[in-house]
Design a binder for this molecule. Structure first.
Ligand code: CDP
Ligand code: MG
Length: 134
């Protein structure tokens, strides 16, 4: 079965959308393998977003991800990577499907509530960062 990594970003936790967001994945029959409420340190956030290093938004993205608690979720299911990207919706909430999490609840391209792995390679890399040893 395919596995993917989801983060509920600090705005999702602050806005009390954790239950709502997790229920999207559960209703799609994805299995929660593990999850945690944590505050990410800068080093971990930087390694998670390594591909974005050098972009103009990189520092503010790291500030955002480390500003408060996040929920890390390890999900499993058939086509989990693609399915979860679809449930989350496009990066920019103005482009996101209205039925997606971002389409429904996000209002900013940066503060867009959720992260999900975009490929098998990145899913493995990100799961190793947030759930080492699983
Ligand atoms: O999260 P997703 O894979 O949809 O988007 P990305 O293009 O891989 O960018 C990662 C994250 O960086 C986004 O989810 C936004 O939080 C942030 N970002 C930003 O602040 N400004 C941009 N122009 C693009 C992305
Ligand atoms: Mg991405």
């Amino acid at each position: 079965m395919e596995r993917t990594l989801v983060l509920i970003k600090p705005d999702g936790v602050k806005r009390k959308l954790v239950g709502e967001i997790i229920s999207y994945y559960e209703r799609k029959n994805l299995k929660i393998v593990d999850f945690k409420l944590i505050k990410a340190d800068r080093e971990t956030a930087e390694s998670h977003y390594i591909e974005h290093k050098g972009r103009e938004y990189y520092q503010s993205l790291i500030d955002y991800i480390t500003e408060g608690e996040i929920v890390t979720i390890l999900l499993e299911g058939e086509n989990a990577i693609g399915i979860v990207r679809k449930i989350n919706g496009a990066t920019d909430p103005l482009q996101a499907d209205s039925g997606s999490i971002r389409g429904k609840y996000a209002y900013s391209k940066q503060r867009n509530l959720v992260h999900a792995s975009d490929s098998k390679e990145n899913a493995k890399r990100e799961i190793d960062i947030w759930f080492p040893g699983i």
